[in-house]
Ligand binder design. Structure first.
Ligand SMILES: Nc1nc2c(ncn2[C@@H]2O[C@H](COP(=O)(O)OP(=O)(O)OP(=O)(O)O)[C@@H](O)[C@H]2O)c(=O)[nH]1
Ligand SMILES: [Mg+2]
Ligand SMILES: [Zn+2]
Length: 303
């Protein structure tokens, strides 16, 4: 029997620098510090912890993870969360989303083995048709993804009905650029969440992120459905991915990677199935362009 088995098992629901909020099986919450200097727990982790008082504890160990969603920029690795069932990438009609960032988030999920869906928010705004068109290559017919359309603030009931069934019973991470409505979604589905929503920073046009920490919310009293709110991201490095493997994490490229050379980079080789599919309009030109950009970035890696 491991020496940790006498300890409480808890779920990390929030991380804040050197301390964590850990929830035990009864829903009690503890402010926990990690034993020793190193703190590598992330939201969604199961941890073994020792109670130090009624509401404080010490994390002794992090249990093995089922998966970990993270990005790796040039200088640092940023873990989003662990042990997820699914990822909801939330984009909006406004601010206009970067397709490159959308691709990157989806690649990170695919390589971590986490299923994903996209939701387009603020469909009450006039740019809706353009945004919808830009998402066409991601829909079921092309890439097998579900693309939801919602107006989390303008049509609360409709949005709840659209997303509710997909989220029900799952642990979903909500990821997206700043200002897309992630916290608005949390507030819609979680009673008393009171996640701060970005009216103020938007009014000042300061470009500041409203949400600054990743946080776990249960939508129901039985704690079977969870939503994880996160700060908007700007950078999304994928340095964890081997350049030669990149295409495997883009399902539309993967589907057509029937190439003459087994180590085809799908950029310049003759007899490339991916390029043929791009020319035939079966792979979107913008997705292929983004593939090339990310590939170049990964090939420039200096280690
Ligand atoms: N027009 C419109 N605005 C919306 C809708 N949903 C949310 N918003 C607004 O979008 C702004 C940003 O919403 P937030 O929920 O704070 O966005 P966020 O993704 O949490 O942003 P960060 O925390 O900075 O990452 C707020 O002003 C919301 O009121 C919608 O359906 N339509
Ligand atoms: Mg937010
Ligand atoms: Zn090829």
């Amino acid at each position: 029997m491991s020496k940790f088995q006498a300890l409480d098992l808890g779920l990390v629901v929030r991380g804040h620098g050197r301390h964590y909020i850990v929830e035990d099986a009864d829903g009690r919450r503890f402010v926990c510090h990690p034993r020793g200097k190193k703190s590598d727990a992330v939201v969604g982790d199961q941890v073994r912890f020792a109670e130090a008082s009624a509401d404080e504890g010490v994390i002794e160990a992090v249990e093995p993870r089922r998966n970990l969603l993270f990005r790796q920029d040039e200088w640092k690795t940023k873990s989003f969360a662990a042990n997820l069932d699914q990822l909801l990438v939330l984009v909006a009609v406004e601010p206009v989303f970067s397709e490159s960032q959308l691709c990157r988030a989806l690649i990170a999920a695919e390589s971590a083995g986490i299923r994903a869906a996209i939701a387009l928010n603020k469909t009450d705004l006039p740019g809706r048709d353009t945004a919808r068109e830009r998402l066409a290559p991601y829909r079921e017919a092309c890439m097998g993804l579900t693309v939801f359309e919602v107006a989390l603030k303008a049509d609360r009931e409709g949005s709840r009905a659209t997303l509710g069934p997909w989220l029900d019973g799952q642990r979903s991470f909500v990821l997206g650029p700043s200002g897309t409505g992630k916290s608005t979604l949390i507030n819609l589905l979680v009673q008393d969440a009171q996640a701060q929503v970005g009216e103020i920073s938007q009014a000042l046009n300061s470009g500041r992120h409203t949400t600054t920490t990743t946080q776990w919310y249960w939508t129901d009293a039985t704690r079977s459905t969870a939503l994880i709110d996160s700060p908007g991201f700007q950078e999304f490095g994928l340095r964890q991915i081997d350049a030669a493997e990149l295409w495997r994490y883009m399902p539309d490229l993967r589907e057509h990677a029937d190439c003459r050379f087994h180590n085809c980079s799908h950029i310049h080789e003759p007899g490339c199935g991916v390029r043929a599919a791009v020319e035939a309009g079966q792979i979107s030109a913008s997705r292929y362009r983004i593939y090339g950009e990310i590939l170049e970035e990964l090939q420039r890696k200096t280690w």
